[in-house]
Write a protein that binds this ligand. Structure first.
Ligand SMILES: NC(=O)c1ccc[n+]([C@@H]2O[C@H](COP(=O)([O-])OP(=O)(O)OC[C@H]3O[C@@H](n4cnc5c(N)ncnc54)[C@H](OP(=O)(O)O)[C@@H]3O)[C@@H](O)[C@H]2O)c1
Length: 265
């Protein structure tokens, strides 16, 4: 898709990955609606961008908040929706607060689904349109300590795959980008320490933004980031028992950092 003058809705725009995506899209001459709750972060981002963009401050977990976004898109038209919103909590599931579980599922899955449903008719009226959901390696591999987050991202991947097929005979292309661990504030100190202890590689937000640009310029429906993570995604699909054994061996370390995480919280 040629991005110049395209009208793009970017949720999670104040986040680490969202900001990197906004900078890349700005360089391409797109017109952005930058959605988040943190006005200060969005204002700083806007000051750094060249193009004429709009900030929308809203909580996407409320219907009112989503309506605010939808009405802007209805008025101005929309070519592309990039869903880069997300929350994460690192805890063993039995210890996790039920309100946090609801918040993770609402933010990462239910709210993006409800927003997408209302945006589809607006996107349909364009000659060329796209939806991109930012998932995660944890949308394909169930990882201890991230049970609710994994559930939300598995759900987002399933939603994206079904929608891709449902919209296959329309002008809307639907894609899924799955980053591995990325250096943003989404990861608490405990998660960063866990990644270091497990020897997990991390990417910069701009590496994720670059992968997104590859998706937008190709016909790829899904893209997984990082080696060996993308290999483990495949392996888990074909032989989940092997990945299960590997992760169970790391359980003691994961538990140790999850306990640290519950003390942080
Ligand atoms: N970082 C990683 O390791 C990693 C790895 C794989 C996948 N991902 C995925 O990549 C996406 C972006 O993550 P990130 O690393 O950039 O996280 P981040 O820096 O924590 O940013 C999260 C974004 O989500 C927004 N948000 C959260 N709850 C919201 C709500 N109720 N209403 C509106 N906006 C809300 C935040 O807005 P405010 O700050 O303005 O509230 C922020 O813009 C997420 O889907 C995440 O799951 C991240």
């Amino acid at each position: 898709m040629e991005l110049k003058d395209k009208r793009i809705l970017l949720t999670g725009a104040s986040g680490g990955i969202g900001q990197a995506i906004a900078r890349r899209l700005d360089q391409q001459g797109a017109k952005l609606w930058l959605v988040g709750r943190n006005l200060h972060k969005l204002q700083l981002l806007l000051d750094d961008l060249v193009g004429d963009h709009t900030i929308i401050i809203t909580d996407l977990n409320s219907q009112e908040g989503r309506e605010k976004v939808i009405s802007s898109c209805e008025q101005q038209g929309l070519d592309l929706f990039i869903n880069a919103v997300g929350v994460m909590d690192f805890q063993f599931y039995e210890q996790q607060d039920s309100r946090v579980i609801e918040q993770i599922l609402s933010t990462n899955l239910v709210s993006p689904m409800l927003l997408c449903q209302r945006l589809i008719p607006i996107l349909q009226s364009q000659p060329e349109a796209a939806i991109v959901n930012i998932g995660s390696t944890f949308g394909s591999i169930g990882h201890p300590g991230f049970t609710a987050y994994c559930a939300s991202k598995f759900g987002l991947r399933g939603f994206t795959e079904a929608l891709q097929r449902e919209l296959a005979d329309t002008r809307i292309k639907v894609s899924y980008l799955a980053p591995r661990a990325t250096q943003t504030e989404l990861n608490s100190d405990a998660v960063r320490s866990l990644n270091a202890a497990l020897g997990n590689n991390t990417d910069t937000p701009d590496q994720v933004a670059r992968e997104l640009m590859v998706i937008l310029s190709s016909n790829q429906q899904q893209r997984y980031m990082g080696w060996p993570e993308k290999f483990f995604v495949r392996l888990n699909g074909l032989f989940p028992g092997i990945v299960h054994s590997a992760l169970v061996k790391k359980l003691t370390i994961v538990r140790q950092y999850a306990e640290k995480s519950s003390h942080e919280g």
